[in-house]
Write a new protein. Structure first.
Length: 362
């Protein structure tokens, strides 16, 4: 009996020994999943580089612009504050002069971006611009950008008649383009040459399109030229200043210039019937030397910060659909005519030539 008990005890000890060995083996060979080191996972080859900070952009930028000095300098200063390591040079002149300069320099461009000028004028020079879809493309309506992205609108520009209240009774201020031909205003109207000014070119075309036919439009323009009495300005930027100075009774100018006199009790302005609201545009100059910085600038002037500042500080009308202009009427409140943008853009040379012929003939 004792031998049987001893044998059974030995068997139990052997079984226990094997069981103990079995329970220890997993602990020696298997690590918990939570302890797997992350370093064993391969790094993704598709990881995108970090976006550059504004101060990381360097180099130069040459801006050609026909804008008035104050809003122009204010916009450039804002850009320089955001991109402090980009050196900006501004070349200011009339739209026509700047476009001709871009043509003359096309073999070796000196400018990078054209900021300003009526889009119908810019559209006539698209051979000298490069396509660019700006960062704010989704909030700029199709009517305010080129179908091939050769220019982008940055501020719609209704036209106005600005007048000096000390020189004309407000009841006598014309409200139609035909009214500019009133003989009482002969030699008293400040108007720039459409050959040199983009806004003056838009005004000329607005006059043409205000009539039932182009022939009738040119008849109106001929009478208007006669009423200018040979006094034609070299720059549209002078027209509102000459009226404010009392040198001219009335001037044809753009909304953004007239509203600067909101606090001047002697100056008023009216929106004529059959008006136009062609936008000022911005364009990337083809083969420009500082393309990356030029694109940054285009994104900036169509961006919320610059558009807000230009509207609030200088009463420039924003082009963005997510903004409501402050201090300005809605475009829907104006009597806008049927402006043939395509005709104005594709026939600029012949239209200006005919204007010059009529001016010399007059």
């Amino acid at each position: 009996m004792k031998k049987l008990l001893a044998l059974l005890l030995a068997c139990v000890m052997v079984v226990g020994l094997f069981a103990g060995c079995s329970s220890e083996k997993p602990a020696e060979t298997t690590a918990p999943k939570s302890e797997a080191p992350a370093a064993t996972e391969p790094a993704s080859a598709e990881t995108e580089p970090a976006e550059k900070a504004p101060e990381d952009y360097t180099g130069n930028l040459v801006v050609y612009s026909p804008h008035d000095a104050d809003p122009l300098n204010a916009g450039v200063t804002l850009f320089e504050q955001k991109y402090p390591n980009i050196k900006v040079e501004v070349i200011a002149a009339g739209t026509g002069e700047l476009c001709q300069r871009i043509v003359a320099e096309s073999a070796n461009p000196q400018g990078d971006v054209l900021w300003g000028g009526g889009a119908d004028t810019l559209a006539a020079y698209t051979d000298y611009f490069a396509p660019y879809v700006c960062a704010n493309d989704d909030v700029i309506g199709e009517a305010y950008k080129d179908a091939d992205d050769m220019w982008i609108g940055e501020s719609p520009l209704p036209m106005v008649f600005i007048y000096n209240k000390t020189m004309i009774d407000e009841a006598d201020v014309p409200t139609t383009w035909e009214g500019l031909c009133d003989e009482s205003l002969k030699g008293k109207i400040a108007y720039a040459s459409p050959a040199k000014s983009g806004s003056a070119y838009t005004q000329l075309c607005t006059m043409l399109f205000s009539q039932p036919t182009l022939d009738e439009g040119w008849d109106l323009v001929s009478r208007f030229i006669a009423n200018l009495d040979g006094k034609i300005q070299d720059s549209s930027g002078n027209c509102h200043k000459l009226v404010a100075a009392g040198e001219y009774t009335l001037g044809v100018t753009i909304e953004k210039s007239a509203v600067l006199y909101a606090d001047n009790p002697d100056i008023g302005y009216v929106y004529p019937e059959k008006n136009s609201a062609v936008p000022d545009g911005v364009a990337l100059i083809k083969n420009c030397p500082n393309e990356e910085n030029a694109k940054l600038f285009i994104d900036f002037v169509t961006g919320l910060e610059c558009q807000t500042a230009q509207n609030s500080d200088w009463a420039r009308r924003p082009v963005r659909s997510d903004m409501t202009p402050k201090g300005l009427c809605e475009l829907s409140e104006l009597d806008l005519g049927d402006y043939d943008f395509s005709y104005a853009a594709n026939n600029k040379e012949s239209i200006v030539e005919k204007w010059n012929d009529l001016t010399v003939g007059g």
